[in-house]
Design a protein around this ligand. Structure first.
Ligand code: 5AD
Ligand code: SF4
Length: 444
């Protein structure tokens, strides 16, 4: 067992977990393969939040079973939330599988892979103390380092499978996180993104999320701090104060709304009302000039009627998010809402989703158009995918920006003037002199 191919689906927590797995495997003398064809083992890190995510993985397993027919020694494993959700049942369901490992089993991954070469293995015990705090991830080469500060979730929103797949909420000690950030900066990373299912409920027993932001704001050489996803109910005045006062914390907050209707929010067990959410948006905007807001919204939750849906349309039109992740409700086994069945037809859900997509597209377009003529500070990530003659990076507000390549290296900040916009991208021109000295020294 030498070379492992890792494929990742789902959220940034999964991206970070895959980097953690890569670190564990490399320390055990294994290497990360760049293609499934070159690997002795294939590991898919999966998501279970919507049925569609699981179906995609099952499709992918079908492809790997053809590869395995040609290479019988190949070990195929599923890790992450879908593994935890379906547990050993997955081994019966997909005969290609040799290994099923949940989010708390990654410490023993090398051993599990070796065992799986000799017969099917399932490791799906959740561990309320596992934080992997002592393990060094193998971070991807980018200017942005993911730092998981909290694992699991205690909120139990009634539609959500995460508390069942990732277990109870636990945070890493603040000094360990400061050390992780310092190490990432020493490796050349310029931005950190703190990750947690409800990241702003972070507490290590003594210190909260505001303390974490303030402590890491002092790390020298770090340029930007972001975090995702906060829960509206945990957005304390202390946290708002820290976001607004910390120089490196970017003016960008992803604030999942889920629904604009109070009865639906109660049924979802979101623990805030639309009025409280609206008030929070006002306080954030008052405290953080130039704040960009994004959100998550679900349509077709059980009991969501036309009236409820209209309330969602209203608040989206009122808040005017910079962008939004919009989802059709997907009933997930194990969750409370699963027992309530479905009350919206697939067509109705589709119609509501299309309506919100069109609304958001228009708002994103207008907000991005308003950037035309203004100067934005871009943290350059590298050549643009579509046109390597252009550079790509993110603005402070986390908007994608492309501009004519002027030799600015990845990891450097560049001021640009926005000259055009689409709902997804700002098109810009460099202004003033480049500052290459701020560029990446070295990437691990
Ligand atoms: N169906 C649809 N969307 C869901 N999400 C979580 N669970 C479900 C579900 N069962 C969405 C929420 C969450 C985002 C990560 O995924 O909007 O914020
Ligand atoms: Fe799921 Fe709610 Fe926890 Fe987010 S806060 S992970 S939506 S249960």
């Amino acid at each position: 067992m030498k070379r492992v191919f890792l494929e990742t689906y789902g959220c940034q927590m999964n991206e970070a977990d895959s980097e953690l797995m890569a670190g564990v495997l490399e320390r055990a003398g294994m290497s990360i393969a760049s293609a499934p064809e070159d690997a002795d083992a294939i590991l898919i890190n999966t998501c279970a939040v919507r049925e569609h995510a699981e179906q995609r993985v099952l499709g992918r397993l079908g492809e790997f079973s053809r590869l395995k027919a040609r290479r019988p020694g190949l070990v195929v494993g599923v890790a992450g939330c879908m593994a935890q959700h379906l547990r050993a049942r997955l081994l019966d369901h997909a005969s290609v599988l040799d290994l099923v490992v949940g989010p708390d089993g990654y410490r023993n991954l090398p051993e599990l892979l070796r065992r799986a070469a000799h017969g099917p293995v399932a490791h799906t015990r959740l561990d309320r103390d596992e934080t992997y705090g002592d393990l060094e991830p193998r971070r991807g080469s980018s200017v942005r380092a993911w730092v998981t500060v909290q694992r699991g979730c205690d909120k139990f929103c009634t539609y959500c499978v995460v508390p069942y797949t990732r277990g109870r909420e636990r945070s890493l000690p603040l000094p360990d996180l400061v050390r992780q950030v310092e190490r990432a900066v020493a490796q050349g990373f310029k931005e950190v993104v703190f990750l947690g299912q409800t990241v702003n409920s972070y507490t290590d027993g003594e210190r909260d999320f505001a303390d974490l932001l303030r402590a890491t704001d002092r790390v020298e050489g770090l340029l930007r701090i972001r975090f995702t996803s906060p829960h509206p109910s945990d957005m304390s005045e202390r946290v708002i104060g820290a976001i607004s006062e910390c120089e490196k914390v970017c003016p960008q907050v992803h604030l999942p709304l889920q629904s604009g209707s109070d009865p639906v929010l109660v049924a979802m067990r979101r623990t805030y009302t639309v009025g409280e959410y609206r008030n929070l948006v006002d306080r954030l905007r008052a405290a953080i000039p130039g704040l960009a807001l994004t959100t998550d919204i679900i349509v077709g939750f059980p009991g969501e009627g036309e009236e409820d849906f209209q309330r969602t349309v209203e608040i989206m039109s009122e808040v005017r998010y910079d962008s939004a992740f919009l989802f059709k409700y997907s009933a997930r086994p194990d969750t409370r809402a699963y027992r309530w069945g479905e009350t919206a037809t697939e067509e109705e859900k589709g119609r509501r989703l299309e309506h919100l997509i069109a609304l958001q597209q228009a708002i994103s377009g207008q907000l991005n158009d308003a950037w035309i003529g203004r100067v934005a500070e871009v943290l350059v990530e590298g050549p643009a995918r579509r046109d390597p003659g252009q550079l790509f990076g993110k603005s402070l507000q986390f908007k994608s920006v492309v501009f004519a390549g002027d030799g600015t290296p990845p990891g450097a900040l560049r001021n640009v003037r926005v000259v055009g916009a689409t709902p997804h991208t700002l098109i810009a021109e460099p202004v003033g002199a480049a500052r290459p000295e701020a560029g990446l020294v070295q990437i691990a």
